[in-house]
Write a protein that binds this ligand. Structure first.
Ligand SMILES: [Zn+2]
Length: 162
């Protein structure tokens, strides 16, 4: 597992690599931080190509080891040519990733597979899918609304009695 720590996607607060998923300062999602020099030394194109025909061929780049049982493993979905869309956009060739070939027909299957494997690695006997709202956002570009970035506190006011 090449991840060395966690960092908040919103406020960049660093965290140790522990079983936490949200920032205690802003409630933003935490992303793993990788040792890119270590990855460059240890992960090769040949290793990836020799792996299983699923997301687990990229295990050296993921923050979790592949599960022992890889049932319904997502990933490695086909690229489909879209010549009419390419012509409409004025590009020579356009390929579209067919993520409906994943087990539940969703691109989210990849993040679910990694999260479930991590939960299993941490000894959880419950699926993380049973905790709504705990999934990380699928892309690094997704950001919570500005209002959720602000810290707020609640202070009860004293009641007035007449
Ligand atoms: Zn934060």
């Amino acid at each position: 597992m090449p991840a060395v720590s966690l960092t908040c996607r919103v406020c960049d607060t660093p965290y140790p690599l522990e079983a936490i998923g949200t920032c205690s300062r802003c409630f933003g999602p935490l992303d793993p931080v990788y040792d890119r020099a270590e990855l460059a030394r240890t992960v090769t194109r040949e290793q990836i190509e020799a792996g299983p025909r699923s997301i687990w061929r990229y295990a050296g780049l993921l923050p979790v080891a592949p599960p022992a049982e890889q049932r319904l493993a997502p990933g490695l979905t086909p690229l489909v040519s879209a010549p009419r869309l390419a012509a409409a956009l004025g590009v020579g060739e356009l390929l579209i990733k067919l993520d409906t070939a994943n087990p539940t027909h969703s691109f989210k299957d990849r993040v679910v597979a990694v999260a479930a494997a991590k939960a299993q690695e941490l000894g959880s006997r419950r699926s993380p899918a049973r905790r709504p709202g705990t999934w990380p956002t699928p892309t690094r570009h997704a950001q919570p609304p500005k209002a959720s970035r602000r810290r707020s506190s609640f202070r009860p006011t004293s009641s007035r009695r007449s």
